[in-house]
Design a protein around this ligand. Structure first.
Ligand SMILES: Cc1cc2nc3c(=O)[nH]c(=O)nc-3n(C[C@H](O)[C@H](O)[C@H](O)COP(=O)(O)O)c2cc1C
Length: 173
């Protein structure tokens, strides 16, 4: 059985709901789903898992959701190793109001944890998405799963189900 932990930051609950749906699809126990605001203490919480799914919506102009800010500063300062950990990222955005930085937080998380030695998985096709720019887009794909509950709520379930299926195949789950 894969040892999976889900950690999410979510200001209005959109990424939270998706984190819980992803958890259900992957049989992740609810006590292994961490809200960064309330449940996260330090990186030891993450070290307990082999596979880490990080949820983070994008705020400001292409910035990470508030509850990820201090952990990412600690990551830069303390430089903990994530070698041997497999990480995938997902998160909410708004392509109409913020299409110039659509889900860019996913790109930030991806780069920060890659720099700490993690193996990043779970890229997702950009097909069907509309936006001007995204820091989460690399080589024509997103580094993780974006969703937009404000403008495209009807697409979220199909997107997250497709992403989970691709993760299962990529990680042999
Ligand atoms: C002030 C503000 C700034 C935002 N900035 C961005 C942004 O840069 N890029 C983006 O894709 N979405 C942006 N959004 C949209 C949020 O990511 C969106 O509302 C999302 O559903 C919030 O998810 P959460 O409830 O999980 O935090 C912004 C929203 C607000 C209110």
């Amino acid at each position: 059985m894969a040892n999976i932990g889900i950690f999410y930051g979510s200001s209005s609950g959109v990424t939270k709901v998706v984190a819980e749906k992803i958890g259900e699809l992957l049989d992740v126990e609810s006590f292994n789903i961490f809200n960064m605001e309330e449940d996260f203490t330090d990186f030891d919480d993450m070290y307990a898992f082999d596979i880490l799914l990080f949820g983070c919506s994008t705020w400001g102009s292409g910035e990470v959701q508030n509850d990820w800010r201090d952990p990412l500063l600690d990551l830069d300062n303390d430089k903990p190793s994530f070698a041997g950990k497999t990480i995938a990222v997902f998160g909410a955005g708004d392509y109409k109001a913020h299409g110039e930085q659509f889900v860019s937080a996913l790109g930030i998380l991806h780069d920060k944890f890659k720099a700490r030695g993690a193996t990043l998985v779970g890229s997702f096709p950009t097909d069907g998405y509309t936006y001007k720019y995204s820091f989460a887009e690399r080589d024509g794909k997103f580094v993780g799963l974006p969703f937009d509950e404000i403008n495209e709520a009807d697409k979220t379930d199909a997107r997250l189900e497709a992403w989970v299926e691709s993760l299962k195949a990529e990680l042999d789950l």
